[in-house]
Design a protein around this ligand. Sequence first.
Ligand SMILES: Nc1ncnc2c1ncn2[C@@H]1O[C@H](COP(=O)(O)OP(=O)(O)OP(=O)(O)O)[C@@H](O)[C@H]1O
Ligand SMILES: [Mg+2]
Length: 466
Amino acid sequence: MEIRRILVVDDEENMCHMLSMVLGKAGYQVDYVLNGIEALDFLGKFPVDLVLCDVRMPKMDGMALLDAIQEKGIDVLIIMMSAFGTIDTAVEAMKKGAYDYISKPFKPDEVLLTLKKAEERQRLKKENLYLLKNARDRYSFANIVGKSRKMQELFATVEKVADYKTTVLITGPSGTGKEMIARAIHYKGARASNPLVAVNCGGIPENLLESELFGHVKGAFTDAIKSKKGLFLEADGGTLFLDEIGEMPVSLQVKLLRALQEGEIRPVGENRTIEVDVRIIAATTKNLADAVKEGTFREDLYYRLNVIHLEIPPLSERPEDIPLLIEHFIAKHNKRLGLNVEGISRKAMKVLQQYSWPGNVRQLENVLERAMVMSSGDVLDVEDFPDEIRFSKNNKPISNLPETLYSIKEATRWLEKELIIKALKKTGGNRTQAAKLLDISHPALLYKMKDYGIGGIQSKKTNADE
Ligand SMILES: Nc1ncnc2c1ncn2[C@@H]1O[C@H](COP(=O)(O)OP(=O)(O)OP(=O)(O)O)[C@@H](O)[C@H]1O
Ligand SMILES: [Mg+2]
């Protein structure tokens, strides 16, 4: 915001004259009044960008004026002027929302400097803040944030399947929110008031997993000194979340399939079966279809689990979700840690949107939390993020070979072109450096660029070498 119109409020008329002159000379449009009541009257009639206000005044003092301005919702910056003995009040005023204070007596330059600072801060704040007001609510679903088409489709599917007992398979790389989606399905659905029991199939040794899931009777094996209920029975009426299902040993896969098909389980050491009513949600980072081909996952179980398949894309495939996630996590950790981070600079946002996020949303959240704690300003900037993120621009892996390309000759040309573009981007269009990176001669690079129809890569660095 540009500060142009200033209202001085001070009961000492000399002070008002002095400020009018100094500020007027500096190009501001200045008016003055002698107390708070007149100030309110003025503010009600004329637009003002900033109020320069004495603390101690007859009729209505500075604090009362501040209160009144806020109560009326007048949008104006307020800087308090405090004489000796009123500094405490001025500080108090800042806590209440005054923008700054300046202590009397002051030199003309000091006032101007304070104003410049205020302007600069306002400008930075406005420029830097990536505003996403209200967007969060629109694009969040059970605290899961995402506006990308893929995520919106996921939310819609979750909504549709939540109420049914259908088995759901959730796949996606680590940190994409598989467990969150599983929880959303349970808590949005008809089973929400019954238990949701989660188990990590990769985290329990094979011999224990069976009794963990299906329970055992006393004496079923050496360590079975008591009988055990098992997670299926604990989840009766509710949902059993089988995380890392791809890690489940094949021997148990058979038993799981039976439980799914028959709706009954048999605890270890028990010869009767027990009926259970459990909804299964399974998740994995593995490609189960591949596991089936490799023989580590049973095909019949795969089809049984795969009735509804929710696939969560990696974060790098939905950069449009990143700003929203950032806003979500800043709000979350402000609240949790008692911080006051207001947002993130445009530059930092760009860097975060370009990064490849191998650890997906979990990594983004961790990186943000750390930046919020370490940052000294109220707007996160590029410096607040780790080097590997800041300096990884243009480091995206080369995109996938086109589906229809089989010819080795053609594919080699395709790759060569990609590499040249990558090298030129990396060097900001500097062909000598690019040729070095590519390990070919400068003329060879020029020839190939012509051959492939690659123009100069534009760059801010204009250290072009020809
Ligand atoms: N869309 C999202 N909105 C908000 N938070 C998310 C989102 N996706 C993931 N998170 C956060 O990221 C973290 C990881 O999520 P979650 O544990 O569900 O991932 P996961 O896919 O199960 O990972 P893993 O495969 O490593 O177990 C959690 O802290 C979660 O709060
Ligand atoms: Mg998980």
